[in-house]
Ligand binder design. Structure first.
Ligand SMILES: *[C@@H]1O[C@H](CO)[C@@H](O)[C@H](O)[C@H]1NC(C)=O
Ligand SMILES: *[C@@H]1O[C@H](CO)[C@@H](O)[C@H](O)[C@H]1NC(C)=O
Ligand SMILES: *[C@@H]1O[C@H](CO)[C@@H](O)[C@H](O)[C@H]1NC(C)=O
Ligand SMILES: *[C@@H]1O[C@H](CO)[C@@H](O)[C@H](O)[C@H]1NC(C)=O
Ligand SMILES: *[C@@H]1O[C@H](CO)[C@@H](O)[C@H](O)[C@H]1NC(C)=O
Length: 295
């Protein structure tokens, strides 16, 4: 009966010989030269890979323009945002309770600080009004940094926080600022008509909204603030703003307001993705212990 099973010490000896075979001078079944060649192969292989990576990276970076994004969403209209803005898009406060609106006033103060006339004069340029402020590069010569146009805080008049430092929150005539998100290269007017912002209440709230006042007049975004060339090219850019003052809002009622930009470039949007482009909705509620309306 042949004995198939090896003894324990035989197995151990075989393993020892596999790890280091003194007769053939092999380590793990390969000679030193063989191991050397393998290591050399992998070394060359990885150096080659690293070289390839560096080369592709270099070529890619060469084609990037640090002043312009290579890819940008092609939205017909940018999104809009309001200030002050809490967690949700709602402004709810009680007229008589200073603490309930103090945060809104502070947020507006903070937001408008860079728009102080003195700061605008120092950092920005007085552009010709009512036309695009185009500053193209000429061929390879970069026209950077590019200048930006002044948007003075005083242009917001009653909503500038200068004539009325509570922005109307204390007497139930609150101001809400509206801004357009920045889109590089956007030319929002057509045929020389500047875009303007208008607000309206949701159907059932129409009666409750009351009259509005826009600053600058007509809610216009002057063409001179466009096109925008990007944060890096236009370091001091101040986004144009439109302030809306609610002159006679019904107190103790929710009023749902939608503001939108009216520009000729708006394309008819059947597109789900564009549904919120060029408009912003928010809830406004002014509470008051006084029951009669505040006019
Ligand atoms: C901006 O103007 C307001 C009102 O005049 C003032 O209180 C504030 O200190 C100014 N901020 C800066 C940074 O100049
Ligand atoms: C901004 O205010 C400054 C100082 O009051 C004034 O010189 C400048 O013309 C104003 N700019 C605009 C665009 O109204
Ligand atoms: C930006 O503002 C700084 C002052 O803060 C000014 O020195 C600089 O010239 C401005 N840049 C441009 C391009 O207007
Ligand atoms: C506001 O719009 C009306 C009519 O559209 C126009 O007659 C008026 O000149 C505009 N006002 C300003 C300051 O742009
Ligand atoms: C303010 O609105 C109320 C109704 O909500 C209305 O009766 C009143 O005439 C309005 N006042 C002004 C000045 O428009």
């Amino acid at each position: 009966m042949a004995k198939d099973k090896k003894t324990c010490s035989e197995v151990l000896d075989e393993w020892k010989e596999f790890i280091w075979n003194p007769r053939t001078r092999e380590f793990l079944g390969r000679t030193g030269t063989s191991w050397g060649l393998i290591l050399l192969f992998y070394l060359v292989f990885y150096i080659f890979l690293a070289g390839m990576f560096a080369l592709t990276m270099y070529v890619m970076l060469q084609t990037l323009d640090e002043y312009k994004p290579t890819y940008q969403d092609r939205l017909a209209m940018p999104g809009m945002m309001i200030r002050p803005k809490g967690e949700a898009l709602e402004i709810v406060y009680s007229m008589e309770d200073t603490e309930s609106w103090d945060m809104y006033v502070q947020a507006l103060d903070k937001f408008l600080t860079p728009y102080n006339d003195s700061i605008q004069v120092m950092t920005n340029f007085e552009c010709p009004q009512d036309r695009y402020f185009v500053q193209e590069d000429s061929g390879e010569v970069r026209n950077n940094p590019k200048r930006s146009c002044q948007f003075n805080r005083t242009m917001l008049e009653e909503c500038s926080g200068l004539t009325d430092r509570y922005y109307g929150y204390h007497d139930g005539k609150p101001c809400v600022l509206i801004k357009l998100n920045r889109v590089i290269g956007l030319l929002p007017g057509k045929n020389g008509h500047a875009p303007f912002i208008s607000c309206a209440a949701k159907k059932e709230d129409t009666e409750k909204m009351g009259d509005l006042m826009y600053y600058p007049r007509n809610g216009t975004l002057n063409l001179m603030y466009y096109p925008y060339y990007g944060k890096k090219a236009q370091v001091n850019y101040s986004q144009p703003l439109v302030a809306v003052k609610f002159l006679n809002i019904t107190v103790n009622e929710d009023v749902n307001v939608e503001c939108k930009i009216n520009a000729d470039v708006i394309e008819p949007t059947g597109n789900e993705r564009d549904k919120f482009a060029g408009r912003v909705s928010f809830k406004l509620r002014v509470n008051s212990a006084k029951i009669e309306s505040n006019n």
